[in-house]
Design a protein around this ligand. Structure first.
Ligand SMILES: [Zn+2]
Length: 193
């Protein structure tokens, strides 16, 4: 963990964002650890600080805008865009499909970064990137506060502030399920997907 990673880890601890229990991640996998980035970003000054740190890592990609998948990417994506001084847009799921709504438009050739809060498989970020490419935009990078998995759904490694090696399992192989521990699903993706 580098100095920035240590700083972010401390902010996560301070904000009570590091949870222990039995969780269903947005990816569908189960885990004993959950990082609730909403708590990290609850205090605007802390959110702005984390946004500045991530913007610092992404500035070299020279993005013209930031695109985030709702809901997880909204606050951090906005803070990164604010720090970079570029427009912020978000996409959201409708009937299971990621869409750009609310009058947001991407320009053909627009160079953007996709910003998410946590990358496990990177599924939502990959969908946002695919949407951007389909609109003719260029995805310069995917950025996130935290990487807790391999990001297997992403075409290239994400730019992150912190990587935590936290175990997760497919539901059928979860030791906590086997032990009968009650499951909670704190992520934002509907469980039907
Ligand atoms: Zn389980």
């Amino acid at each position: 963990m580098d100095a920035t990673g240590e700083q972010v880890h401390l902010l996560l601890e301070e904000s009570g964002a590091l949870l222990r229990g039995h969780f269903r991640l947005s990816s569908g996998r189960h885990a004993a650890d959950y990082v609730q980035c909403a708590l990290l970003l609850e205090q605007p000054a802390r959110a702005a600080r984390v946004g500045e740190l991530l913007a610092g890592r992404l500035a070299g990609k020279r993005p013209e805008s930031v695109l985030s998948p709702a809901l997880g990417g909204l606050i951090i994506g906005y803070q990164v865009a604010a720090a970079l001084g570029v427009p912020f847009r978000f996409c959201e799921r409708r009937a299971g499909r990621m869409e750009l709504r609310r009058g947001f438009r991407l320009r053909a050739g627009e160079r953007l970064v996709v910003v998410e809060d946590v990358i496990t498989t990177g599924g939502s970020a990959a969908e946002a990137a695919a949407l951007a490419r389909a609109a003719g935009a260029e995805v310069a990078a995917v950025g996130a506060i935290l990487q807790r998995g391999e990001g297997a759904d992403l075409a290239s490694p994400p730019v992150t502030l912190l990587r935590l090696e936290l175990d997760s399992w497919p539901p059928g192989e979860c030791p906590l399920c086997a032990a009968g521990a009650p499951l909670s699903a704190p992520g934002s993706r509907p469980s039907a997907e």
